[in-house]
Write a protein that binds this ligand. Structure first.
Ligand code: FES
Ligand SMILES: [Fe+2]
Length: 372
C-alpha cells in the first residue's frame, strides 16, 4: 500500500530529527491526528511481530485464540496434529468474523453469517450452496495466512505471512532473555486473571508512560512505587534495538500493601508486548492501538505454583492499581495535547531516556516508510 509522503503528512524530517536530538518528543500532532494514526498502522504495526496471547490459550489441539493485532483481526489455531496456524479472522465470503472468541475443542471455524466453515488449517471446509457454482474454487478460498511463532510463554504473530522469523529478527532479545534466565516454566504457573482496559489515550503516550519510572514515586506511591524500590540508581535498564529490559529491587519496607518481591525482570518488546516476571507472579500485556485516542491494554496474569494465593491476588491488585493510575494520567495528557496548543513535549533525558529510545524506534519506522 502506497504511503503518503512526509510533506503530505506535515512532517518536517530535519526538524523532527533535531527535536528528538534536543530531548523533545515527536510533534504532539502525532499523538492525535487520524492521518498519522492510519500511517502508523501501515508503517509500524503492519510491519512488525506482535504479541498475540499467552501459550496457555493454545496449549492443546483444537484450541483457538482471537485478538486484534494492529489493524488486523487475527485468529490463531492449533490443529489436530499440534501445528500452530495464524490467519486473518475474516471470512472469505463477505468478510464477517470466523471466530468470535477464544475456544477449545473447536472442530471447525464457522462463520455465523452464512455458515461458511473452515478447518483449523485454514482450508475452506464447506460453503453452503456454493460448491456447484461454475468457477467456485474451494481450494483458493482458505483463510488468508499470517505468520505465527512461539517465543517462551508467548505466541507472536506478524501480519505478513512471509515475514522473517521472530527469533531471527530479534537475536539480541534472544540472547538477553537467555542471559537474564528468562525462561518461565509454564507448567509451574496457573492463569489467574485477564484484565482488559480501553484507555482514552494515544498508544505513544502509553509507551512514554510505560518506559519511564520518573513518575513512579508520584502516581504509584501506593502501588508499584510501594512494592518496588524505584530509585533510579537501584534500577537497571537495558536498551536495545526492538526492546528494553528492566530490573527493580523489592522495597524492603512496603507500607501500602505489605508486598514486595525480588527477581524482577521485564521486557518491553516493540511494539506492544510487555512481559514482567518476579517472585509469585508472571504477567504479559498486549497493547493494541484502536484509534488515535483509544488504546487497548490486555493483561494476562499467572500465579507461581507454590506462591501463596493471597500474595498472587495482592500482586494482581497492585498491578491493576498501577495500570489504572497510568490510564488516568495518559488520558489526561491525550486530552490536553489534542487541543493542539503545545507542539512538542520536553523530556528529562536523565530520567526518560528509555521513553526517548522508543520514540527513536518509532521515528526509524516512520522514516523507513516515508522513504519507501
Ligand atoms: S460472511 Fe462468512 S459466511 Fe458469509
Ligand atoms: Fe506508571
Amino acid at each position: 500500500m502506497a504511503l503518503p509522503a512526509a510533506e503530505a503528512l506535515g512532517l518536517d524530517i530535519a526538524e523532527i530529527d533535531q527535536r528528538l536530538a534536543d530531548n523533545y518528543s515527536l510533534p504532539t500532532r502525532c499523538y492525535w491526528d487520524p492521518e498519522i494514526f492510519a500511517f502508523e498502522q501501515e508503517a509500524i504495526f503492519a510491519k512488525r511481530w506482535q504479541f498475540m496471547c499467552p501459550i496457555n490459550k493454545l496449549a492443546n489441539p483444537d484450541d483457538v485464540a482471537v485478538r486484534q493485532v494492529g489493524k488486523y483481526p487475527i485468529v490463531v489455531t492449533r490443529d489436530r496434529n499440534g501445528k500452530l496456524h495464524g490467519f486473518l479472522n475474516i471470512c472469505r465470503h463477505r468478510g464477517y468474523t470466523v471466530a468470535e472468541h477464544d475456544q477449545s475443542k473447536c472442530l471447525r471455524l464457522v462463520c455465523r453469517y452464512h455458515t461458511w466453515s473452515y478447518n483449523l488449517d485454514g482450508s475452506l471446509a464447506n460453503a453452503p450452496d456454493a460448491e456447484g457454482e461454475a468457477g467456485f474454487d474451494k481450494e483458493a478460498l482458505g483463510l488468508l495466512p499470517v505468520a505465527v511463532e512461539q517465543w517462551g510463554p508467548m505466541i507472536m504473530v506478524h501480519p505478513d505471512p512471509g515475514a522473517r522469523s521472530f527469533r531471527e529478527t530479534n537475536p539480541i532479545l534472544m540472547q538477553a532473555a537467555e542471559e537474564a534466565g528468562f525462561k518461565p516454566d509454564m507448567s509451574r504457573y496457573t492463569p489467574v486473571k485477564e484484565i482488559e482496559y480501553e484507555i482514552e489515550t494515544n498508544w505513544k503516550l502509553w509507551y512514554d508512560n510505560g518506559t519511564e519510572c520518573y513518575h513512579c514515586p508520584n502516581i504509584h506511591g501506593a502501588s508499584f512505587g510501594d512494592a518496588f524500590n524505584v530509585a533510579p540508581e537501584d534500577t537497571t535498564i537495558r536498551l536495545e534495538e526492538n526492546f528494553s529490559s528492566y530490573t527493580f529491587k523489592g522495597n524492603p519496607n512496603p507500607k501500602a500493601n505489605g508486598l514486595s518481591a525480588e527477581n524482577y525482570i521485564s521486557f518491553q518488546v516493540f511494539p506492544g508486548l510487555v512481559v514482567v516476571l518476579h517472585d509469585d507472579i508472571l504477567h504479559m500485556t498486549a497493547m493494541t492501538p484502536l484509534a488515535p485516542g483509544k488504546t487497548r491494554h490486555s493483561t494476562f496474569y499467572f500465579g507461581e505454583e507454590d506462591a501463596d494465593p493471597a500474595r498472587v491476588e495482592g500482586w494482581v491488585k497492585i498491578w491493576h492499581d498501577t495500570y489504572c493510575e497510568d490510564n488516568v494520567a495518559t488520558a489526561i495528557q491525550y486530552n490536553n495535547l489534542k487541543s493542539a496548543g503545545q507542539p512538542y513535549n520536553r523530556y528529562v533525558a536523565g530520567r526518560e531516556y528509555a521513553a526517548q529510545h522508543f520514540n527513536a524506534m518509532i521515528w526509524v519506522d516512520y522514516k523507513a516508510a516515508l522513504a519507501a
